[in-house]
Each structure stands twice: as structure tokens, then as C-alpha cells.
Design a protein around this ligand. Structure first.
Ligand SMILES: Cc1cc2nc3c(=O)[nH]c(=O)nc-3n(C[C@H](O)[C@H](O)[C@H](O)COP(=O)(O)O)c2cc1C
Ligand code: SF4
Length: 462
């Protein structure tokens, strides 16, 4: 379907600059962090990683939010191919190389560097750590009965101790030092998608200095920010935040439609969730967190929702689920609208923050129109692109230069870029990116998807 309403493109709101922390961002497109599961065993980038970052730069977007999640230490990786800070490898050199790829890609479409802002996303995967080929190695901040059930974790799985959490905080600070050395403009202290710092925000039931009260649940985050400030006074800090967690979902039957897991009583395991009805958001604490960020002088926030592990339909609305997901329980547009509405509420309450929105890829041909309208109305400052940048990285460049959209390259939310890594394959847009279409993994992926379809049909006919 084509949209008949003309875009304003290079003369419109998406082409206007915005300032943050004394830096100018030249337009209103941001590229979200997008991991490729393609680092080498020492946590360094490979050719595939470099290609992706180069394409981020060639998108024409003027804010590169983090590139991809880089683990602050070996055991904090979510997969064995994630980039990580490795004291035995020259991590800063690898990161500097990636930043250079962005700059070169950007120059290749005539972009100048002085209004291009590039950050690095820092993470510890916590509950979703899977640092080697021996399966998950969850490092959890609080007991979560539903996630324990969903992922087969023993009820008495030990919590990270306060000392262990403090040591991880030091690793974040060390990683920020390396990021600054590699030339990045800011670091994202990642608080989203169920990973450690996000999980801590929900640690209502954890005893001790990192659990219970809002002050305790934000303590490690605040300590990291304070440490980065001391170690790198000139480095800007941003935060990618899952503003709403929601109760975990599961398929009704294998390959079936998603439904919230059953839970009775007050739900004390989420952040930004209504404790009485955890299928709904409650933005009271996320708003309080944004107030905290402002008071800490953090100017830049990227709002996302949920987690790819337990409510993927909210985190990245899609027509087709990944292999570890479920059929959408609602029209995926409802997920997009939840993203838009959440950001509108947060931006209205915190006009001084520069806010990036997520979840736009499902809009497909309508993405530029909705992006233009949201920015024009002041509902969001920058529109972030996730999956769309894997299939069609030059979409921002085309919109801003008034070129017609190339419809055959629009992300159609097939979820292959998630299904592939769930089976140990590198991630990329296998259906639409010619470089991935031709890779041997594309054949493997087809076989995996076919087997899953057969299994789901058999389960459905039983
Ligand atoms: C293959 C893949 C890799 C991703 N890697 C990251 C990541 O490293 N860090 C992060 O914060 N989000 C990551 N995300 C989430 C995206 O940044 C984004 O929030 C999500 O895809 C929704 O935006 P979209 O609708 O534009 O795709 C990833 C998503 C996908 C599909
Ligand atoms: S595989 Fe390609 S088309 Fe499918 S969701 Fe990922 S980027 Fe979009």
C-alpha cells in the first residue's frame, strides 16, 4: 500500500537540528542499537559488524544510539558472539574502528561529521546472560517466579550479591573510559529489555541496599553515573529505558497466540507496571526516573518497552513472531501505538529531555509520515529505527533528500533477524538484504523455520 500524502522531507521537521549536551544533532533520525551476534570469540568486531556500523552511518541519521549492546565484561554477554570489554584484547581499538566505519559510511552519502553524534551502548545481560556455548548462565538481581518458570530456573537460584553488583558497576565505569578513548560522544547506560540494570529497577522484593525502595533500586545506576562523571567528566551519558515491563507472555500452545502468564495477587516483579493488573502500564515510576535523570544532568533518553524475551510483541511489534515468540495477541499496530503514547506522556512531562522513540518499523510505508507528524507535534524529539535499518538502511537519507521510498526494501517484520540468532546464526535481514540472502545460514534458517512450522501444525492438530 502506498501513502498518498506527500512528505515534507528535507524541508520538514525531520530535517531540523536539535541540541543536546552542547552538541548539535543534524536531523531527527536516530539509529537504534542493533546487535548482529557476529563478534569474534575475543569480543572484537568482524567484517559483518563493521558492515552493519558502516550502513548505520550511511543511513544519513544524525544520532547513532549505541551501535549495539557491548557487554562490560565477559560473563555479561547475552550470547557468545556479543562484543565485550576484554582486558586481553584491545577493546578500545575495535570500538574506535566501529566508530570510524560510521563516519566513513556517513561521508559516503555526503554527511558531515560535526552534527553527527555517536554513542556506545553498555550492558550487562544479567538474567539473560549466555556468555558461552554451554547454555544460559543467569545472573539475577531478584527472584521472579514467572520468569523462573518460563526459563526453567530453580526457585532457589542465587541472587547476585551486593558486592557482585558493585563490581559490575565498576565494569560499567571502566567500559565508559574505553568508549571515551575510542572517541564516542556518549555512553548509554542501558536500562532496558530485562537486562541487569533494567531488572534492578524492578527489584521490589530484593533485600538490602539494591532492592525495595526506589532509591535502592536505582542505587547501582546512580553509582555508575557518578563513577563515569569522575572518570570521564566530558563524556555525555544517555539511557535507553524500558518504560514499561508488562507481565511475561507465553504461547497458549506451541506456535500459538501469546497470552499473559497466569498470576494471582499483587504483581511486584515489574517496572512501570500496574501491580493490580500487570497487563497494563503504570508510568508513575518511569516518570520519577526521568526526573532523576534530569537531576543527574542526563539529557538524552531512548524510550523502549518490555523485553524481547518475555513480551516481544510489545518490544518490537511484528506480523510474524520469532521462533521463541508467539503469534501476536493483538494487532501489532496496538504495540506501535503503545510506544507512541508512552513517549508522548513522558515527553509532555519532561520537555527538557531529548527523547528518542522506538517501535516504528512495523509502520512500514507509513513510517516516514508518522515520524514526521510525531516530531512536528513535539511528541518526540528523534525517531529511532531498529529493524528497518537492517533491511533498508538508507531510508532516512531517501526521506531527507526527497527520493521515493524503495518499497521492496521496507522491513516487513518477518523476524528472521531474531530467529537466526536464537539458533546460533549471525543476525541480519535474510529476506531482504542481498548480502544475507546469499549466506549459507540463509539455507539453514529456511530449514529451521520449516521444521518449526511442521511442529506447530502437528501440535495444533493433536
Ligand atoms: C536483531 C536485533 C538486534 C537488536 N539489538 C539490540 C541491542 O543491541 N540493543 C538494544 O537496546 N536493542 C536492540 N534491539 C532492539 C531494537 O533496538 C529496537 O528497539 C526494536 O527492534 C524495535 O524497534 P523497530 O520497531 O524499529 O525495530 C535489537 C533488535 C533486533 C531485531
Ligand atoms: S529479517 Fe528483515 S524484514 Fe524481517 S524483521 Fe528483520 S529486518 Fe525486518
Amino acid at each position: 500500500m502506498r501513502c498518498a500524502i506527500p512528505l515534507r522531507g528535507g524541508d520538514g521537521p525531520l530535517a531540523s537540528a536539535i541540541s543536546v549536551g552542547g552538541r548539535r544533532i543534524g536531523n531527527r533520525f536516530a539509529i537504534h542499537p542493533m546487535e548482529g551476534w557476529d563478534g569474534d570469540p575475543d569480543g572484537r568486531p568482524t567484517d559483518l559488524t563493521r558492515r552493519r556500523w558502516r550502513r548505520f552511518g550511511a543511513s544519513g541519521a544524525k544520532l547513532i544510539w549505541g551501535g549495539e549492546a557491548v557487554a562490560v565484561r565477559r560473563d555479561g554477554r547475552a550470547n557468545p558472539n556479543q562484543l565485550f570489554v576484554n582486558p586481553e584484547a584491545d577493546t578500545a581499538a575495535g570500538l574506535a574502528d566501529l566508530r570510524r566505519q560510521v563516519l566513513e559510511g556517513h561521508a559516503s552519502v555526503g554527511g558531515v561529521a560535526d552534527d553527527l553524534v555517536i554513542g556506545l551502548q553498555l550492558t550487562h545481560s544479567g538474567r539473560f546472560a549466555r556468555p558461552d556455548d554451554h547454555g544460559p548462565r543467569p545472573m539475577i538481581a531478584h527472584g521472579h517466579p514467572l520468569l523462573a518458570r518460563k526459563f526453567g530456573l530453580a526457585p532457589d537460584h542465587p541472587l547476585l550479591t551486593d558486592d557482585e553488583l558493585a563490581a559490575i558497576g565498576d565494569d560499567f565505569i571502566n567500559a565508559a573510559v574505553l568508549a571515551q578513548r575510542a572517541g564516542f560522544d556518549f555512553v548509554d547506560v542501558k536500562c532496558c529489555h530485562g537486562y541487569l540494570l533494567h531488572e534492578l529497577l524492578a527489584a521490589h522484593t530484593r533485600p538490602g541496599r539494591y532492592g525495595g525502595s526506589f532509591e535502592n533500586r536505582t542505587r547501582l545506576f546512580r553509582d555508575i553515573v557518578a563513577g563515569v562523571r569522575v572518570a570521564c567528566p566530558d563524556l555525555m551519558i544517555g539511557v535507553r529505558l524500558s518504560a514499561t515491563d508488562l507481565i511475561p507472555f507465553e504461547p497458549a500452545d506451541p506456535g500459538g497466540t501469546g497470552r499473559p502468564m497466569e498470576y494471582a495477587g499483587s504483581y511486584r516483579y515489574g517496572f512501570g507496571v500496574d501491580e493490580g493488573d500487570p497487563r497494563r502500564a503504570d508510568l508513575a515510576e518511569p516518570l520519577r526516573l526521568l526526573t532523576l535523570l534530569e537531576s543527574l544532568g542526563i539529557p538524552l533518553v531512548n524510550i523502549t518497552l518490555g523485553s524481547p524475551y518475555y513480551c516481544p510483541h510489545v518490544q518490537r511489534p511484528a506480523a510474524y513472531p520469532p521462533s521463541d515468540g508467539y503469534l501476536p495477541p493483538e494487532d501489532p499496530l496496538a504495540g506501535v501505538i503503545l510506544h507512541l503514547r508512552t513517549v508522548r506522556t513522558l515527553k509532555a512531562a519532561h520537555p527538557g529531555l531529548v527523547i528518542v522513540g522506538s517501535g516504528y518499523s512495523y509502520l512500514q510505508e507509513y513510517l516516514p509520515h508518522v515520524a514526521e507528524a510525531e516530531v512536528d507535534a513535539g511528541h518526540v524529539d528523534l525517531v529511532g529505527l531498529g529493524r528497518m535499518v537492517l533491511s533498508y538502511p538508507d531510508l532516512p537519507h531517501h526521506v531527507l533528500t526527497g527520493r521515493p521510498l524503495e518499497h521492496g526494501r521496507l522491513c516487513r517484520t518477518f523476524s528472521d533477524c531474531t530467529t537466526a540468532p536464537r539458533h546460533g546464526l549471525v543476525s541480519g535481514c535474510y529476506p531482504l538484504d542481498p548480502a544475507y540472502k546469499q549466506r549459507p545460514e540463509a539455507v539453514e534458517l529456511k530449514v529451521i523455520k520449516k521444521k518449526r512450522r511442521v511442529a506447530a501444525t502437528e501440535a495444533g492438530s493433536r
